[in-house]
Design a protein around this ligand. Structure first.
Ligand code: ASP
Length: 422
């Protein structure tokens, strides 16, 4: 059975078991299965830093010339920013139509403190790691990207003398892809444990009052994927959206259950290359960058939540305030780390920018995990869509692989592991 089917079945079983435990009053037992999920997540996190570095160095040295890098960056950043702005507008529009905040009782709201946003200059200066070892130790993705690109360029400039390093990095990249395959083989178990835990812990009584806001965020994510991403894939890249869905299903489900796009990165890179035919040069640059700065799901969620809070407090927003929300939510989503719950912290920035009461954040906090699942999936699916479009436009997409391989192939998972699973 292909891996994505196993993961999908694990997801379904997890929901069924979790809800059953919760409804029969044994919800607290769902938490006892969570360590299995954490084990899987640790396994993925273990790979993030070495995988980004090694595959990006190998990717940069495989690019034909240095101007390719500049073109890639411009295309990628424009697509990332453009899709994010559209996502917020979809969120705002749906919140206007469905009015999830009308009639909500904010009695239980408590005060919250505003997140500090770092200045633009400080952010730019911090892109270059003064101490690369510290960047690796802290898992600072942007700094690792900068270091890896410069390292890769130096290898290319080194010519003949640097060839052995290039060969070594290419070989190491292969090793890490196999390594990723080993961890991904455990995805069904990890997903099952995490989903059982969430479904078992969140009771219907907690979700019911906010069902509308949950529904609007999920609907928004579906619409954004079906209209914006499918549209980009079909009309800009000229590829089949159905194949695209099949190709991204694994990272989408891992993101859904882990609520961390950074934590899903190894799965995302593997799927983009092996399922969607994106070259390593493109995937190793576009995807790590995407997990750090491209958060369409987070932006959409912030749009919905800002309006939800305004409606709950009976505050009418002006056109200028809507424009401010689009701008700040785009910037806030860039600054959001791809870790669980980060979007909630950044929501306070968006609210402050238009003078909305911060107490609303406390209401959202109670159900944030459920919202995080949807927005993280959209974040990851969006990164893949941009990777495919950029790769196609650069002639860096293996069309045969895109059209035929829509599941991780058995060769990606070591044989011993497969047989031990049977
Ligand atoms: N959890 C999200 C992610 O990792 C970020 C967020 O909280 O919005 O992509």
């Amino acid at each position: 059975m292909p891996l994505w089917k196993q993961i999908f079945i694990a997801l379904t079983l997890g929901v069924v078991l979790g809800v059953a435990l919760n409804q029969s009053g044994y919800g607290e037992y769902a938490a006892s299965i969570k360590p299995i999920g954490d084990l899987f997540l640790n396994g993925i996190r273990m790979l993030i830093v070495p995988l980004i570095f090694v595959s990006l160095v190998s990717g940069v040295t495989s690019l034909r010339d240095m101007s390719t890098m500049g073109r890639l960056s411009i295309k990628t950043l424009s697509l990332y920013l453009g899709t994010t702005a559209v996502a917020i507008m979809i969120g705002l529009a749906l919140a206007m139509i469905f009015k999830p905040g009308v009639g909500i009782d904010l009695g239980a709201a408590q005060a919250v403190t505003v997140a500090e946003s770092p200045s633009l200059i400080a952010t730019l200066v911090a892109l270059v790691p003064a101490n690369p070892v510290a960047a690796f130790a802290q898992g600072n993705v942007l700094q690792i990207i900068v270091f890896a690109i410069l390292f890769g360029l130096a290898i290319t400039l080194g010519g003949e003398a640097a060839k052995p390093v290039k060969k070594f990095m290419d070989s190491l990249a292969e090793v890490f892809y196999k390594f990723t395959g080993i961890i991904i083989a455990f995805a069904p178990y990890g997903v099952f444990a995490l989903v059982t835990w969430v479904a078992g812990t969140y009771g219907l009584e907690l979700l019911a009052p906010l069902a509308k806001v949950i529904g609007v965020v999920y609907l928004g994510c579906l619409i954004h994927a079906a209209v914006v991403y499918a549209g980009l894939i079909k009309f800009v890249a000229g590829l089949s959206p159905v194949r695209y869905v099949q190709g991204v299903i694994e990272p989408a489900i891992v993101a859904f259950s882990s609520t961390s796009s950074a934590g899903t990165l190894p799965v995302t890179m593997m799927s983009a290359e092996r399922n969607l035919g994106v070259s390593r040069g493109v995937s190793s640059f576009v995807l790590p960058l995407g997990t750090t700065i491209n958060m369409d799901g987070t932006a959409l969620y912030q749009g919905v939540c800002a309006l939800f809070i305004a409606q709950a407090y009976g505050i009418d927003l002006s056109l200028a305030q809507y424009a401010t929300i689009v701008l700040t939510a785009t910037l806030a989503s860039i600054g959001t780390a791809g870790v669980p719950g980060a979007g909630l912290i950044m929501l306070s920035l968006v609210l402050t920018s238009v003078g909305l009461p911060l107490e609303g954040v406390a209401i959202i906090a109670g159900i944030d995990r459920i919202l995080d699942m949807a927005r993280t999936s959209l974040n990851v699916v969006g990164d893949c869509a941009v990777a495919v479009v950029v790769a196609k436009s650069e002639g860096q997409l293996d069309q045969t692989l895109y059209d035929t391989a829509h599941v991780l192939k058995s060769t990606d998972i070591p044989n011993q592991l497969q047989s031990s699973q049977v």
